[in-house]
Design a protein around this ligand. Structure first.
Ligand code: NSS
Length: 431
């Protein structure tokens, strides 16, 4: 008997097949039972008729519990009324292993309960859809970068110094010396860009953020492209192209998953054909003050500010030209206005906030040294980074895409905790 995966079931209509999976749901009405089975690649409803399978098999099936693993044999039929398109007329089954008292039922559970059971919560259709979209977002980003001449360079996780400010560092002991979990691979990408031109890294990054918001994770994944000879405006052009490509790929290949997530795709569908708005930080502050926000020039945006800015536009919006003192040490100041830097954040629409942070980097040795001192960073740990300015420094730019922020936006999730398989949150490192 052919053992098939549910994703391929359409190729076996009219045949007798065996599927292996887990019992997702079960109901019975008299002489007929309905078993919804999932195998990770899809779902199917199996129909078991007492007269077809006999008394013994039928009553054994009646005792089946949710998430019991099974091998089920049956005849594949097309079924227009089924959300999965097919049905299995069951002729027999075998239990692989029973599941007793599965904690996650099909009713609603509280978030803390679900997070405590993340290892099981993953099995539910909504979480499966999110993980599939996440996988495709990663693939689309890699594909676009590969097609556009970027070389993957892996950055280290254990680092000797801060990249994104010293307040969110995770410290660890490195054989008697202090080391930190990486906040960003950027500085290493700058070295690699001087070697290979266009590079990117993709890996986990760590921020000991004390803030408990729906947009922050302690451990998150970031894609960080870095490009030699690319300046601020072109940096934004590249980000825009990349985001459009990712959205179009997901819309093309994940209609069903987005439908399972009840994502209204009408806003997403416009993105590949629109021009992203670009506003300055100065304009953003004026706009927010007009709207009555309690903010002044020099302040960083809070989540409500980002939401207000983005909701004013149909698509994503770049905010550029931030005050130097609220941004990282490595950003290049504006030529005519040294109080602002050539940095841009890309804000997603629909209240999803900042998905990309990028900038042109400081390529002048003396200025960079001055900034390292101003930020009270240990110069010695940055000597290698300063070397990049000593030996053939060139203009260069890059950006970091927060993967989970992108997943949350595209999938329409309220909170980043669903956008990553095993979220690390303030006060949560289990499971
Ligand atoms: O801090 S960033 O704004 N920028 C950097 O780390 C640069 N070194 C990137 C670069 O130019 N190579 O973070 C970049 C993005 C930001 O826009 C968010 O989308 C995401 O990373 N991000 C986060 N996601 C989840 N949780 C937390 N805590 C978080 N912090 C940043």
């Amino acid at each position: 008997m052919a053992k098939v995966l549910l994703k391929d079931i359409g190729q076996h209509v009219g045949q007798e097949v065996t599927i292996r999976g887990w019992l997702y749901n079960h109901r019975s009405s008299g002489k007929i039972q309905f078993l919804i089975i999932r195998d990770g690649t899809g779902f199917i409803q199996g129909v078991m008729v007492k007269n077809d399978v006999g008394e013994e098999v039928f009553s054994l099936a009646q005792g089946l519990t949710q998430e019991t693993s099974l091998e089920v044999t049956g005849h594949v039929k097309e079924d227009d009324r089924s959300p999965w398109g097919y049905e299995l007329a069951i002729s027999g089954f075998e239990i692989i292993a029973r599941a007793e008292d599965y904690p996650i039922s099909l009713k609603e559970h509280g978030v803390d309960f679900l997070l405590d059971h993340r290892h099981l919560w993953m099995r539910t259709p909504r979480q499966v859809a999110i993980m599939r979209v996440r996988d495709s977002i990663i693939r689309a980003i890699r594909q676009w970068l590969h097609d556009n001449g970027f070389c993957l360079i892996d950055a280290p996780i254990l680092t000797p110094a801060a990249c994104e400010g010293t307040t969110t560092l995770f410290e660890t002991d490195y054989f008697g010396e202090k080391a930190y979990l990486s906040q960003s691979g950027q500085l290493y990408m700058e070295a690699a860009a001087m070697a290979l031109g266009r590079v990117y890294c993709f890996g986990p990054t760590f921020r000991a953020e004390k803030s408990k918001t729906r947009r922050h994770l302690i451990e998150f994944w970031m894609m960080e492209p870095e490009m030699a000879f690319v300046e601020h405006d072109e940096n934004m052009d590249i980000q825009e192209e990349l985001v459009k490509y990712v959205i179009s790929q997901i819309l093309e290949h994940h209609k069903q998953d987005l439908a399972a997530l009840e994502r209204d795709v009408s806003r997403l569908e416009k993105i590949p054909n629109m021009k992203f708005a670009r506003i300055t930080y100065d304009e953003a502050i004026d706009f927010l003050r007009e709207k009555g926000h309690d903010i002044k020039w020099g302040d960083d945006f809070g989540a409500p500010d980002e939401t207000a800015l983005a909701s004013h536009h149909e698509g994503p919006v770049f905010v550029e030209g931030f005050p130097a003192h609220i941004k990282a040490f490595y950003m290049k100041p504006h030529a005519d206005r040294p109080d602002i830097v050539l940095a841009a954040d890309l804000l997603a629409p629909e209240g999803y906030g900042e998905i990309i942070g990028g900038s042109q980097r400081l390529d002048d040795l003396d200025l960079l040294l001055k900034r390292i001192k101003e930020h009270k960073l240990p110069q010695q740990a940055f000597e290698w980074y300063l070397d990049l300015r000593r030996y053939g420094s060139v203009p260069h730019s890059g950006f970091g895409i927060g993967l989970e922020r992108l997943v949350a936006w595209i999938c329409g999730l309220d909170h980043l905790r669903e956008a990553i398989p095993f979220p690390r949150l303030l006060n949560r490192i289990y499971p």
